[in-house]
Design a binder for this molecule. Structure first.
Ligand SMILES: Nc1ncnc2c1ncn2[C@@H]1O[C@H](COP(=O)(O)OP(=O)(O)O)[C@@H](O)[C@H]1O
Ligand SMILES: [Mg+2]
Length: 400
């Protein structure tokens, strides 16, 4: 390609603060270079695209992975875990620092700022205390299932270079009267001994006790045990609690946490970026990510991941001519409960009608070239489709 150096500089400048449309145009350039057999130039553009993505996801560089000021013995694979006396089941598992996720879930810029500020504070506990500022390093993360709460908590511990004592609160609950409270005390005593982050996952499990009228005394005992242990823990180490159902959690427990972070369901642009992450190097990933963001309206990160992975498998196993549209239709039946009702109904229409819907939906940012990629048609056909004014007809209606 002539003037490639200038084109490359243009791409780099544009990708510094990319909109979806910019990314897609650069992706098209990459595809065109690939089709033209310009492997070297194609590789340059592919690298630019990849590094642009990393920048978009990057954690502010001020955050350096470093040991938080937490004291205690070191956990090792030989450390004996505390167990439930009745069942001999372990009350927690250890996730060592090297096994913690190195990437956070994709967070909104505001959430990323909050989390970064919190981690900075946790890294500087000693300094804050020397200044006479009290610290109570605890954080409750709440939000719908599958929004990345557990992954976030584990990643945070990794950033502090601390292993995690991971307790699923469900596993602490015993059918034997008094044993649940004892399990809680045992767990906290264990955590106090070691350098770690104590992670109380699925905290709402405690609330389940409430469903049983026989358990009124027991729930009181358990909530009190949690409160007492959380209070004592303030002076001992870092604690992260996680709950899907913040309303179920006892308000007194809720208040014990210094910081409360909400993991929201991802917005359209966040859905697109999560989809891009899990589509990895799948063909047509840019337009596919747009389609997944559209299909998973109201969904969680975990649902987007499942859908993206499913499409990636389908594309890997199908002949290369399969269009993104056909791939989506192919996997649709496998994700019946995951796809929002509105897009599911639209996918039942003819490709012509669907193309027009996608074209008219400004939030998707699809231009006609993108739609040509989606449907595997030439741009002239797409232009004819989107410019024809017809009432939508279903595929079934059309066949008759
Ligand atoms: N915002 C996100 N960005 C990237 N991946 C996500 C996101 N939310 C969820 N996931 C994916 O879904 C998986 C399940 O998330 P998890 O942390 O278990 O959710 P939760 O604890 O909120 O139920 C994660 O391991 C990750 O692969
Ligand atoms: Mg979880």
């Amino acid at each position: 390609m002539d003037h490639f150096v200038i084109v490359q500089a243009l791409c780099r400048a544009a990708l510094a603060s990319p909109t979806p449309a910019v990314r897609r145009q650069v992706e098209r350039l990459r595809e065109a270079l690939e089709a033209a057999g310009s492997a070297e130039q194609e590789a340059v553009i592919a690298r630019l695209l990849a590094s642009g993505e990393r920048t978009a996801e990057m954690v502010p560089s001020r955050l350096v992975r470093s040991s938080a000021t937490v004291t205690g013995e070191a956990l090792t694979p030989r450390t004996a875990m505390p167990v439930d006396k009745e069942t001999a089941q372990p009350l927690a598992e250890v996730v060592f620092a090297q096994d913690l996720p190195t990437e956070p879930p994709l967070l909104s810029p505001a959430m990323l700022r909050n989390v970064t500020a919190l981690l900075e504070e946790w890294q500087q506990i000693a300094r804050l205390e020397a200044l006479g500022i009290p610290t109570a390093p605890s954080c409750l993360i709440f939000g719908a299932p599958g929004t990345g709460k557990t992954q976030l908590a584990l990643w945070m511990a990794g950033q502090l270079d601390l292993p995690v004592i991971l307790a699923r609160v469900d596993g602490l609950i015993s059918s034997f009267l008094g044993t649940t409270a004892r399990n809680i005390a045992t767990l906290f005593t264990f955590a106090a001994r070691y350098r770690c982050v104590l992670l109380l996952d699925e905290f709402d499990a405690i609330a389940k006790l409430r469903d049983d009228p026989q358990e009124v005394g027991e729930i009181k005992r358990v909530v009190n045990a949690v409160l007492q242990n959380l209070d004592a823990r303030r002076a001992q180490g870092l604690t992260i609690g996680i709950t899907n159902h913040e309303t179920l959690l006892d308000p007194a427990i809720w208040r014990r946490f210094d910081v409360q972070l909400e993991m929201p369901r991802p917005e359209p642009e966040a859905r697109r970026r999560i989809a891009l992450r899990y589509l990895a190097d799948a063909p047509h990933r840019e337009v596919l990510a747009g389609m997944i963001a559209w299909l998973t309206a109201g969904g969680s990160g975990a649902e987007i991941e499942t859908m993206a992975t499913s499409l990636r498998k389908r594309l890997a196993l199908s002949d290369p001519g399969l269009s993104p549209y056909q791939a989506v239709l192919n996997v649709l039946g496998l994700h019946a409960g995951r796809v929002a009702a509105e897009p599911r109904a639209q996918l039942d229409h003819t490709p012509e009608d669907l193309a027009r819907t996608l074209w008219q939906d400004q939030s998707l940012g699809f231009d006609q070239a993108d739609l040509a990629t989606v449907f595997g048609k030439d741009p002239a056909t797409i232009s004819r489709w989107v410019n024809a004014a017809r009432r939508p007809r279903s595929r079934r209606e059309r066949a008759t």
